[in-house]
Design a protein around this ligand. Structure first.
Ligand code: IPD
Ligand code: CA
Ligand code: CA
Ligand code: CA
Length: 258
């Protein structure tokens, strides 16, 4: 497996998306809604995914792609898992916290992840067993060992009125006096855990494209990623808890009301 070549493809694809995000941010874009009036999709989401797919197909014609906007049409040993624009609502409002997220799964295992903050230009990368990096410099999770004093993040499904589960967890965290942010781009939330800017993150209705890259980046930065019961995380689990490891159990306990 030529991981270096695949990483180069991921980087080139991410920078293509960055150009598209920036172009439409300056020029203006059309947008529409998907599952709910607040579940937005813009021209930048669609065009970024199309450009990423075209690049991957040209370089690795036998690989398959799972992308948020176009799904997946066949099976294969190598699968690219792509969120062409994570944080679309932020993007649509010009709130500069959004990214492109690209992961590569080889024979069922995520082997590389790239999250590029296309507004700030911060590049988070990881390869399986090769560590995690921000703009080429190694990153590690934080060393904070107490939940009180930790900085946490979460996110919510688009229509919380129909899906209130995370409100319970959110309330449990807040009523313990914990500090919780809702930045609005799950891939970047994970990258921030990896970089030690957040001590923990959880969310309850995530999709593979939100987490494939960020999961590996957190793991390679020395953090822990699990499901809601503390089980090892597996792609497809819509519940994810990520942390520096030290606050993981206390965070799980808090979410469960213990
Ligand atoms: C969303 C963002 C958000 C999270 C949602 C995701 P999108 O992705 O990551 O932070 O709370 O669960 O769906 O739609 O902006 O790519
Ligand atoms: Ca979306
Ligand atoms: Ca997303
Ligand atoms: Ca998206």
């Amino acid at each position: 497996m030529d991981l270096r070549a695949y990483l180069q493809t991921a980087l080139d694809a991410a920078y293509l998306a960055k150009g598209i995000h920036q172009y439409y941010q300056e020029k203006g874009f059309t947008q529409s809604s998907k599952s709910t009036p607040t579940d937005l999709v813009t021209q930048a989401d669609h065009e970024s995914e199309a450009a990423i797919r075209e690049l991957i197909a040209a370089r690795h014609p036998d690989h398959v792609v799972l992308g948020e906007e176009q799904g997946q049409d066949k099976e294969g040993a190598f699968r690219w898992i792509v969120d062409p624009l994570d944080g679309t609502v932020n993007y649509a409002h010009g709130f500069p916290f959004y990214a492109v997220s690209i992961g590569l799964e080889a024979h069922g295992e995520v082997v590389l992840g790239v999250v590029l903050d296309t507004a700030r230009g911060e590049l988070f990368t990881a390869t399986k067993g090769g560590g995690a990096y921000l703009n080429g410099r190694p990153i590690r999770v934080s060393t904070r060992s107490t939940l009180v004093g930790s900085l946490l993040a979460t996110g919510f499904p688009y229509d919380v009125s129909k899906d209130t589960e995370n409100l319970t967890y959110f309330q449990r965290a807040l009523t313990k006096g914990l500090m919780v942010r809702r930045p609005g781009a799950a891939a970047l939330d994970l990258a921030y855990v990896a970089a030690g800017r957040l001590d923990g993150f959880w969310e309850v209705k995530l999709n593979p494209w939100d987490v494939a890259a960020g999961w590996l980046i957190v793991s390679e930065a020395g953090g822990r990623v699990s499901g809601l019961q503390g089980e090892d995380y597996r792609l497809g689990n819509r519940y994810l808890v990520a942390s520096n490891g030290l606050i993981h159990q206390p965070l799980l306990d808090t979410l469960h009301g213990r």
